[in-house]
Ligand binder design. Structure first.
Ligand code: CMP
Length: 138
């Protein structure tokens, strides 16, 4: 049975033209793209997406960064998508991410860490429907 996860290629990685290489790694590792768009989160939408982090010391920086430019949002499908994608992207802090992971390769820092990946199956569903309606998912 295949699961889904939601990823965002964050503004820093989009700005540096890393969309192609990151999608290449995603494909090479067996994830199928079910939905994808280039979009720009407003401050309000970024606050909504990251509502669980409201009140944390890094929240304001996170919101201003995530609304600073276009992102790629995508739904990825694979067996154990959430767990396997988190392994593929590496630790949140790129200094702690393993060699060869997407964050090790492309992240600039803890807050500018190139990509997002859902942290549970429940959040993957919530995050997927945040960006996509049923007619946009294949
Ligand atoms: P992400 O997986 O998108 O989920 C929340 C984001 O907050 C995370 O990636 C990091 O970019 C950012 N983040 C998490 N912890 C910290 C922290 N201690 N300081 C700054 N940013 C953080």
């Amino acid at each position: 049975k295949n699961d889904i996860t939601l990823t965002m290629i964050k503004p820093g990685a989009v700005k540096k033209n890393h969309i192609g290489p990151i999608l290449g790694i995603i494909n090479e590792n067996g994830f199928r793209i079910k939905a994808m768009k280039l979009t720009h989160l407003s401050v309000d939408l970024a606050r909504k997406f990251y509502a669980i982090h409201e009140g944390k010391p890094f929240f304001d920086d996170l919101i201003s960064f995530m609304s600073s430019g276009p992102i790629v949002a995508a739904i990825l499908e694979k067996e154990n998508a959430v767990t396997d994608f988190r392994a593929l992207i590496g630790a949140t802090d790129p200094d702690k991410a393993e060699e060869g992971t997407i964050r090790k390769l492309f992240a600039e820092s803890l807050s500018h860490n190139a990509v997002h990946g859902s942290d549970s199956n429940d959040n993957a569903q919530i995050e997927a429907s945040f960006f996509f309606n049923q007619t946009e998912i294949f």
